[in-house]
Design a protein around this ligand. Structure first.
Ligand code: 9Z3
Length: 357
């Protein structure tokens, strides 16, 4: 003010000061928004993603397994469901010590795979390595060892299932053995979001031949953010130079090419996860509008194993377990799968394909 050679009286200066103070929070907020924008970059195209990220090392093996599995079931006109399950990681280093992960345990996918098998589907179970799997999910932790008893007589050791555990183990074991004897389930595993993308596209390529008999049940909790390969340091991030700034990019949305190009005749079900109930249905419906697939299963993080809403173009249908059912260990996936199979049957009939079970 003095430089400009203008002399202001005390009350004018006070007014300017008050004006500046009232603007300061807005300026600060604007800076914060700019900083966040700078940290998350818009997604590139899915073509660019596949052109710049290498497939996982076991990719060709998994591709052969997927092809053999789908060809075999196709010859018998079976319905095939791809169930994706568990969370994806986002590595912070190439030699990965640290990574960003999410909450998903894989219960939704593992339980659903069992119910699809019961309904006669051939199941590709594409899951996060070490997340829950069909059948073994019932005996996680120490449960299985607690069911066994050991007898040692001279040189002879016998291990037996305790009599009071037989009723819990027998039905699961029998369903497990039947599924494996029939070659009705194939397990393929991913860890990172990039592995997941490569496997998803490979599975779609082989499923395309099944036309409307293919069902995609995309229950995996896939990261919305990732760090492109070129921006990841090779070695462990060091703490000497202070807190690291991590620059995340948005992942390309694969649902668009999946629905329109990769499996245009399949019945595609995606999942929408929210933590705010007010956003749940509007966002599920927006996804249906945007990608034009068949169904979105909407769920809230906190009660996802008790309540979901099945959103289709025609309706929102709530699937709810009572508290007693939940405590008794009833799986909400049973009625979810029933509902989907009903819609899938109509879809096959509409598209005029023979869909034997
Ligand atoms: C789901 O919403 C699944 O139901 C859960 C199941 C991951 C919540 P758990 O594995 O949990 O049984 O512990 N999956 C999809 C989540 C997701 O990433 N959805 C994206 C979104 O909401 C769209 S693909 O935007």
């Amino acid at each position: 003010i003095w430089c400009a050679n203008i002399k202001l009286n005390h009350s004018t200066l006070k007014l300017i000061h008050l004006l500046f103070c009232s603007l300061r929070p807005c300026v600060r907020r604007y800076r914060v928004v700019r900083r966040l924008r700078a940290v998350v970059t818009m997604s590139g195209s899915w073509e660019e993603f596949f052109a710049t990220h290498l497939p996982p090392t076991d990719f060709e093996d998994n591709r052969s397994l997927l092809k053999e599995f789908c060809d075999r079931h196709d010859r018998q006109s079976h319905r095939i469901v791809l169930v994706t399950s568990g969370g994806t990681t986002v590595p912070l280093e190439h030699n990965t010590v640290r990574f960003v992960d999410n909450f998903s345990a894989g219960k939704r996918g593992a339980a659903s795979a069992e119910y699809f098998l019961e309904q006669g589907y051939a199941v590709i179970f594409m899951h996060r390595l070490k997340s829950l799997e069909p059948f073994t999910r019932h005996f996680s932790g120490q449960k299985l060892l607690d069911m066994l008893e050991m007898q040692e007589q001279s040189n002879n050791t016998t291990i037996r299932v305790k009599q009071d555990s037989v009723f819990a183990l027998a039905p699961v074991l029998s369903r497990y053995q039947a599924a494996h004897a029939a070659g009705a389930i194939l397990h393929v595993a991913f860890t990172t979001v990039s592995d997941y993308f490569w496997l998803l596209r490979a599975a779609c390529e082989v499923l395309a031949k099944s036309g409307p008999r293919a069902l995609l049940y995309l229950a995996a909790a896939v990261s919305d953010f990732y760090i492109p390969k070129d921006s990841i340091p090779t070695h462990k991030i060091q703490s000497d130079s202070g807190p690291p700034v991590i620059h995340l990019h948005l992942v390309p949305k694969l649902l668009a090419p999946l629905v329109n190009l990769w499996v245009p005749n399949a019945y595609v079900v995606s999942f929408k996860l929210e933590t705010d109930e007010n956003l749940l249905i509007p966002k599920a419906r927006a996804a249906l509008e945007k990608y034009k697939h068949k169904m979105v299963i909407a769920n809230i993080l906190q009660n996802r194993h008790q309540r979901v809403v099945v959103v289709t173009r025609e309706a929102n249908q709530e699937v709810l377990l009572t508290r007693e059912e939940l405590l008794a260990g009833v799986d909400i996936e049973a009625p979810i799968v029933d509902e989907i199979v009903r819609h899938h049957t109509d879809h096959i009939a509409e598209r005029g394909a023979a869909g034997s079970r």
